[in-house]
Design a protein around this ligand. Structure first.
Ligand code: NI
Length: 227
C-alpha cells in the first residue's frame, strides 16, 4: 500500500514536472508555509553578583513555528532574490542546569538572499542554493516569575527586565520547488542563520549581561505559486 502511494505520488510529481513551465527572468514566486526556527544555541554563563558569585550555565531556547511568507523575484533564468518573512516567532527561554523558566522572547528574522537555480529556464524540479543577509529584531522580552523569584531570593532584586540585542549576520540556504502544475509547487527549504545577541537582565540592584549565539536552523514546508 505504501509502495502504491509513493508510486502514485511519484507519477503525480512527474506529471507536474512535465506540465510545469520553467522559471524565467521577471517571474515572481510566492512561497507560503510552516516555517520553524530551531535555535542551535550556545550561551555564556550567567554570573550573578552574590558573594561568592553564583554561576548559572547559560540559557536554552525552544523551537517555534510560524507562517512563512517568502517572495522571490527572478532576476535572470538562473538568479533570484528571495525575502524570508514570517509572522513573529516566540520562544521560551530556560536557565540551564537549574531548570527554571527565564522568560520568553519574540523576534522577526527577515533574511534577504541571492539564489542560484541550476535548472532555471528548464521545466521540472527547481532546486536552489542561496547566500543572504539577516537582520533579527528581538523584542517583547518577558521575564518569567520563576527567574524573577530566583533573582529576588539570590540578590534581593525586584523589577527584573530582560532584553536581547538585535543581530545582523550571514545566512546560507538550500531548497527545492517540486512542481504540481503550471503554477503550483511544493516548497521545501532550509536556512542556517548566524544570529548572535547579548542578553541583559536589568534589576534595581544591577545589570547582568551574557552573550547568546542563537544560530538557528530554519525549515520551511509549504507551497509555492509562480505568477
Ligand atoms: Ni553565531
Amino acid at each position: 500500500m505504501k509502495q502504491v502511494t509513493s508510486l502514485a505520488l511519484a507519477a503525480f510529481l512527474a506529471a507536474g514536472a512535465v506540465n510545469a513551465s520553467a522559471y524565467e527572468a521577471g517571474d515572481w514566486v510566492l512561497r507560503l508555509g510552516a516555517t520553524t526556527v530551531a535555535p542551535d544555541e550556545d550561551s555564556d554563563s550567567i554570573v550573578l553578583p552574590t558573594s561568592p558569585a553564583t554561576v548559572l550555565p547559560g540559557v536554552s531556547i525552544d523551537n517555534d513555528t510560524q507562517l512563512g511568507i517568502i517572495p522571490v523575484y527572478m532576476l535572470t533564468d538562473n538568479w533570484g532574490v528571495e525575502l524570508l518573512a514570517a509572522t513573529p516567532f516566540e520562544h521560551d527561554v530556560k536557565v540551564n542546569g537549574v531548570g527554571i523558566n527565564a522568560g520568553s522572547v519574540t523576534h522577526l528574522p527577515p533574511t534577504l538572499s541571492m539564489q542560484w537555480y541550476p535548472f532555471g529556464g528548464q521545466r521540472g524540479w527547481q532546486p536552489y542554493v542561496g547566500l543572504g543577509l539577516n537582520y533579527t529584531f528581538i523584542y517583547d522580552e518577558d521575564v518569567d516569575p520563576q527567574l524573577a523569584g530566583a533573582l529576588e531570593a539570590l540578590l534581593g532584586a525586584s523589577e527584573a527586565k530582560l532584553s536581547l540585542d538585535d543581530s545582523f549576520g550571514l545566512a546560507a540556504q538550500a531548497g527545492v520547488d517540486i512542481p504540481l502544475s503550471d503554477n503550483w509547487a511544493v516548497n521545501l527549504a532550509v536556512w542556517y542563520i548566524d544570529i548572535d545577541s547579548t542578553a541583559k537582565i536589568r534589576t534595581d540592584v544591577g545589570t547582568v549581561e551574557f552573550d547568546v549565539s542563537i544560530d538557528p536552523w530554519v525549515y520551511n514546508v509549504g507551497i509555492a505559486y509562480r505568477f
